[in-house]
Design a protein around this ligand. Structure first.
Ligand SMILES: [Fe+2]
Length: 390
């Protein structure tokens, strides 16, 4: 998780009486909520609310929404043309699940309307990659502005609403739900928990909420909660965004892909140099614009490879992808375990005079095989497995 942050009003000692400041209509003290991970053993935050966060008035089921795996009678490379999926729903209801396994679910979302209700993912950390659009993620931690090419990391159990700026472009998201922990590669951190000097980004590139939005509203407020396949609606007796202060190391934050400082070499460097996040059962890498290899005989696109214990997902965001033909911006390719993949015909020789690439792509490599969701079938390019023929 990121570094320690504090914002707003805090008592000098944790777990001590925190007197209300004048102007709030509560009972005279602020109420502590301690948000812990891995039991009480890992990162935590302490939030001070106007009212207890436990005031539930009503619970109703919304329904079970299990992911449906499409029948796959053969193992093959997949190309999903997701760049032009129709806008639908809101930033939560408009999510279209495409690929999933026991560790991760990947969806695309092009919402047609603003988020209608507060939302909380009770089971999974969420990683939203903002392909286009800008606005704010609002939580009880405060307002977190986001812009294109931001990763927004939202710890599980964080209630949020996404507000798009009125003049902003169509909000277009890649949504990655991590059912285990989502964090940074441990090799990027020194024993003191600070990003090493050689890491491709550091604390200055991570942006936490910097402005509280304290809503003093003692009225019924609904939250849609997703817990795995179960969806439900909780009605609280007050608005949950009533924090006056918090501190700790569990909070939503952004990291912009254009702040990734690529590591390059004289010859081709393997994908781990692009790694950005590490999760249980998968990694996320950022293929950022960069100088290409400098050896005079270097082949500047990846070698064909059989990554026999991993399924490789690439989401094509911006620029011309040097090793690919036929993919579009917004395309998603899945190169699964068990069959090799590599540069498309003509791209090896075409790469040799190039000095840099402007490509930007997000890669999600999973260590367990992925299922294709039924919703992905209509986006499938059936000719993709044969696209390596001359
Ligand atoms: Fe690959």
């Amino acid at each position: 998780m990121p570094y320690y942050v504090q914002l707003g009003s805090l008592p000098p000692k944790r777990h001590t009486r925190h007197e209300t400041t004048p102007g709030y209509r509560n009972e005279g003290i602020f109420y502590e909520e301690v948000i812990t991970t891995q039991g009480f053993s890992r990162a935590y935050s302490i939030v001070y609310h106007l009212r207890p966060p436990t005031r539930v008035k009503h619970i109703e089921p919304i329904g079970m929404r299990p992911l449906q795996a499409a029948p796959q009678d053969v193992l093959r490379h997949i190309h999903l043309k997701t760049g032009k999926i129709e806008a639908a729903g809101d930033p939560i209801t408009g999510r279209v699940p495409l690929l999933f396994n026991a560790d991760v679910t990947m969806s695309r979302c092009r919402p047609a309307q603003p988020q209608q209700e507060l939302y909380r993912n009770a089971r999974s950390d969420e990683l939203l990659f903002v392909h286009s659009g800008q606005g704010k993620l609002v939580t009880h931690f405060g307002e977190l502005p986001f812009r294109p090419m931001d990763y927004i990391v939202i710890p599980k159990c964080t209630t949020y609403i996404i507000e798009s700026d009125a003049e902003s472009a169509q909000l277009d998201l890649l949504v990655v739900e991590s059912h285990g922990d989502l964090g940074f590669p441990p090799r990027y951190l020194n024993p003191d928990g600070q990003f090493r000097l050689g890491a491709p980004f550091c604390e200055r590139d991570l942006h936490a909420p910097s402005t509280l939005r304290t809503i003093d509203r003692n009225e019924d407020t609904a939250i849609v909660i997703k817990d795995g396949d179960r969806w439900m609606r909780y009605v609280l007796a007050n608005h949950p965004f009533d924090a006056v202060g918090w501190d700790g190391m569990v909070y939503p934050f952004t990291f912009n892909a254009d702040d990734f400082e690529p590591i390059t070499g004289t010859i081709h460097q393997p994908p781990p140099i692009h790694q950005t996040f590490q999760a249980s059962g998968f990694v996320v890498c950022t293929f950022a614009p960069r100088m290409l290899d400098t050896h005079p005989m270097a082949i500047k696109v990846p070698y064909a490879h059989s990554n026999v214990e991993s399924d490789e997902v690439l989401y094509y965001v911006r620029g011309q992808f040097g090793s690919r033909r036929g993919v579009e911006l917004g395309s998603i390719t899945l190169h699964p375990h068990g069959i090799p993949h590599g540069p498309h015909p003509g791209t090896i020789l075409a790469s040799m005079p190039m000095q840099r690439t402007d490509e930007l792509a997000v890669m999600v490599d999973t260590f367990r095989p992925l299922h294709i969701a039924t919703a992905a079938l209509s986006l499938d390019d059936p000719n993709y497995p044969f696209s390596w023929l001359d």
